[in-house]
Design a protein around this ligand. Structure first.
Ligand SMILES: Nc1ncnc2c1ncn2[C@@H]1O[C@H](COP(=O)(O)OP(=O)(O)OP(=O)(O)O)[C@@H](O)[C@H]1O
Ligand SMILES: [Mg+2]
Ligand SMILES: [Zn+2]
Length: 404
């Protein structure tokens, strides 16, 4: 458990200037983020807890597909990018660095080149296939218009996975596993997402799918049918029910690609098949905007009072609002009982007015708000409020612990 009086959660009442998106304003007001400069943020303790919860959801599902975690450097030799020609393709977004000996480096906007070089070094036989590697790591992109907090940053967290197979059918199987894992990840993050076939663009390859969340601040566009909810990429009529499709803004949260041999050929990542024949590895790559998810979750899970965290990503399981300092020992005992069921509890023990504490609890968005106030003084009952629907009921501490 943590005591609010001792935790670093700098909440503010006012909406900060320049925060155009609700998620941006709320993440600053709730003390999740600190803006360092446009597109550059510090995750404050509360924001970092949420980020790690999202990462844990992602890790759990990645491991389930059999993918193995590694960690590549952000600093990458430019030489490697020259081999695929992507030093030119990504020139605009790439942040260039030169060390004191004149070595030309970049801060990685993505990692296909680096991982393919690893594969070329260590994969030599079909017996080592298939293999999928992933990391959760910082990416750097010189975005033209960094905006909306973590939605478009110049430094952001991405989960990037890379599959290596012997042939197309192997790639198809790896790709399907990832599509399935992605659906579970986004559901666990409390997001209502849409999957759509997309243009592979600068990543290359011929098949790709995007995962998107409908939101007004989205910078991607899909067409939606108001009749049946079907999404399409082009204007026109709904294939399903014939109604006219209307524009719908989307935030891209994940993108997966069948790369084929686009990287393995120029970087000579080959293996020997059963017949002793040398073939290029057949690759897929799979990205999730881990930090962008944090913003996308807030953008689609809030009300006028603040954030409403989906249970799995919430920084705390519950918050106990203590309105009388004498109740703090009982609040601690209640927190302990709740924590035996997993997750951590925040106790608002501050010497502040009830109004301030309520508003703060609503802003922070913790799914259960447990109030120890008058009903506790009168009848030893806790008022339990569900943040999402505002429903309240009074119950004994036992029942409250059980309920949470
Ligand atoms: N500047 C950014 N800030 C935060 N997240 C990002 C940023 N750029 C990309 N992402 C996230 O990383 C994921 C994988 O990266 P990818 O290279 O496929 O993105 P992208 O096509 O450049 O995205 P976008 O079209 O939004 O620029 C994206 O689906 C997105 O969720
Ligand atoms: Mg981009
Ligand atoms: Zn329709």
């Amino acid at each position: 458990m943590e005591l609010r009086s001792q935790t670093f959660i700098p909440t503010t009442k006012e909406t900060p200037k320049g925060a155009e998106a609700v998620s941006h304003a709320l993440s600053l007001r709730a003390g999740l983020l600190h803006m360092v400069s446009a597109g550059i943020y510090t995750y404050l303790p509360l924001g970092y807890k949420v980020l790690r919860n999202i990462e844990e959801i992602v890790r759990g599902r990645m491991e389930q597909t059999g993918a193995q975690e590694l960690f590549m450097p952000a600093l990458q030799p430019l030489e490697l990018w020259q081999k695929t020609g992507r030093d030119k393709d990504l020139e605009e977004v790439m942040l260039h660095v030169q060390d004191r000996k004149g070595r030309k480096l970049c801060l990685g906007p993505t990692h296909e080149e680096l991982i393919t070089e690893i594969a070329s070094k260590y994969i030599s036989s079909y017996k080592q296939l298939p293999v999928t590697l992933y990391q959760i790591q910082t990416k750097y992109r010189d975005e033209m218009r960094p905006r909306f907090g973590l939605v478009r940053g110049c430094e952001f967290m991405m989960k990037d996975a890379y599959s290596f197979d012997a042939d197309e059918s192997g790639l198809n199987a790896s790709y399907e596993k990832m599509l399935d894992a992605y659906q579970k990840i986004f559901t666990e993050c409390g997001l209502e997402y849409v999957v759509s076939e997309a243009d592979p663009g600068a990543m290359g390859g011929n098949v790709s799918h995007e995962f998107m969340v409908p939101a007004e601040i989205g910078e991607d566009m899909l067409y939606a049918c108001a009749g049946c909810g079907l999404y399409a990429r082009e204007a026109g009529q709904c294939e399903h029910c014939g109604q006219a499709l209307s524009e719908s803004r989307m935030i891209e949260i994940g993108h997966v690609f069948k790369l084929g041999t686009k990287y393995s050929v120029p970087l000579q990542a080959t293996f020997l098949d059963q017949h002793g024949k040398r073939n290029p590895l057949v690759m897929g790559c799979y990205g999730i905007g881990v930090s962008r998810l944090l913003s996308a979750i807030i953008e689609t899970n809030h009300d006028e009072k603040g954030i409403i965290w989906p249970a799995r990503v919430s920084p705390y399981r519950a918050v106990i609002v203590v309105l009388n300092q004498e109740f703090i020992p009982q609040a601690r005992r209640l927190a302990e009982r709740i924590e035996t069921g997993g997750g951590s509890v925040l106790i608002d023990d501050r010497n502040e007015s009830a109004g301030v504490k309520f508003r703060d609890a609503q802003l922070l968005g913790i799914p259960r708000i447990l109030v120890m106030g008058r009903t506790f003084a009168d009848r030893k009952e806790i008022e339990v409020e569900s943040r999402a629907d505002g429903e309240r009921s009074a119950m004994s501490p036992d029942a409250a612990a059980e309920h949470v």
